[in-house]
Design a protein around this ligand. Structure first.
Ligand SMILES: Nc1ncnc2c1ncn2[C@@H]1O[C@H](COP(=O)(O)OP(=O)(O)OP(=O)(O)O)[C@@H](O)[C@H]1O
Length: 328
């Protein structure tokens, strides 16, 4: 993986013996690719600084636009993502997983992708964010008018794609607050905006954490370290809220959530939806779609989308199982 691609990890002040800030942090190839993929633009340059107090004396008002969010756009909805006949193999084994995916997502839409275990749902989302385990062998993906397949994962992230993984990784030694602040600043930098200092970032992030009923103490813990499954999912949504992506890909965000957490997460996702952004939800269960109303439901089988419809598809699936949709 190229050095420019290998992000320097942010360190909290409590990290023992951090490397010199002038040197790139060395991580194993696995670590660096994992972190790049999981947190492409959520990471900035290594910087050592004192973490702000979690309860600052003065709370600085920062509105999301001033903080770097995209300005709302008027006019008819535009195509955000256009996937045509996308084919992909596992890079190592050459096993074909995606066998011609077609999917068009307009701004303001919520798309749900359902399908049996192993049908290729997660692979689709990983291919969209540029995961190095897969190689695209055919088709095209246009995101906001640009060829997504030509972009590095980091660029895809900067372009406005966010992915919440089925199993969020833990990043020991990196505080959640620093991680979010640096990721956010990396995005602001890309937009030509000045970095948001920690105190102001605290004012920006704390209402977002409160909106998903996340205890502010989680900001001070290392990223996902020791978090329960549900807490990790909430943390993913907090990252999404902070980064204000144009396209959020949520892979089984409902797995491992209790009823209250499911509602909190769904509420947070709904709260983030605007006429200008979109969500692609991968889920096995209709219950999530009771809370986050999809514009379309797609059923995947063996690497292709075999049916597309409205939410009644998910209801039918719940009742009749995948037999009702199988093409094989
Ligand atoms: N890196 C990989 N190496 C080998 N096989 C892989 C790899 N990634 C995916 N596969 C295989 O591709 C198929 C599709 O996997 P994928 O994770 O996309 O399915 P899924 O629809 O998300 O399944 P689930 O609902 O169980 O999460 C599976 O048979 C899986 O074993």
């Amino acid at each position: 993986m190229a050095l420019a691609f290998c992000p320097s990890l942010p360190f909290s002040s409590s990290t023992p013996s951090p490397p010199s800030p002038s040197l790139p942090l060395r991580t194993s190839p696995t670590d660096s690719s994992l972190i790049t993929i999981l947190a492409p633009h959520r990471i900035g340059r290594l910087s050592l600084r004192t973490r702000p107090p979690l309860r600052p004396k003065a709370v600085v008002a920062v509105d999301s636009l001033a903080a770097g969010g995209a300005a709302p756009r008027s006019g008819p909805p535009r195509v955000l993502l256009e996937v045509k006949d996308l084919k992909a193999v596992v890079a190592e084994s050459r096993q074909e997983i995606l066998r011609g995916i077609n999917l068009t997502v307009y701004e303001g839409e919520v798309h749900a992708v359902m399908g049996k275990n192993g049908s290729g749902k997660s692979t689709l989302s990983k291919v969209l964010v540029g995961h190095p385990d897969y190689e695209v062998t055919g088709g095209s993906v246009i995101f906001k008018g640009e060829n997504l397949l030509e972009m590095e994962p980091e660029e895809r992230s900067h372009a406005g794609i966010f992915m919440s993984f089925q199993t969020p990784v833990e990043i020991p030694g990196v505080s959640n607050f620093d991680f979010l602040n640096m990721s956010y600043n990396a995005r602001r930098k890309k937009r030509g905006l000045p970095e948001l200092p920690p105190l102001e970032f605290y004012s920006y992030v704390s209402p977002k954490a409160a909106a998903i009923n996340m205890d502010l103490r989680f900001l001070d813990r290392n990223v996902n370290e020791g978090f329960s499954g549900g807490e990790k999912k909430r943390n993913e949504i907090l990252q999404l809220a902070v980064l204000e992506a144009d396209l959020a890909i949520l892979d089984e965000i409902d797995s491992g959530l209790d009823v209250d957490a499911l509602q909190d997460v769904a509420k947070a996702v709904n709260g983030l939806l605007t006429p200008n952004n979109s969500v692609l939800i991968i889920t096995h269960y209709q219950r999530l779609l009771d809370y986050i109303k999809p514009s379309y439901v797609h059923i995947m089988e063996d690497g292709t989308i075999v049916r597309t419809g409205d939410v009644s598809l998910a209801k039918q699936l719940e009742k009749e199982g995948y037999r009702a949709f199988s093409i094989s």
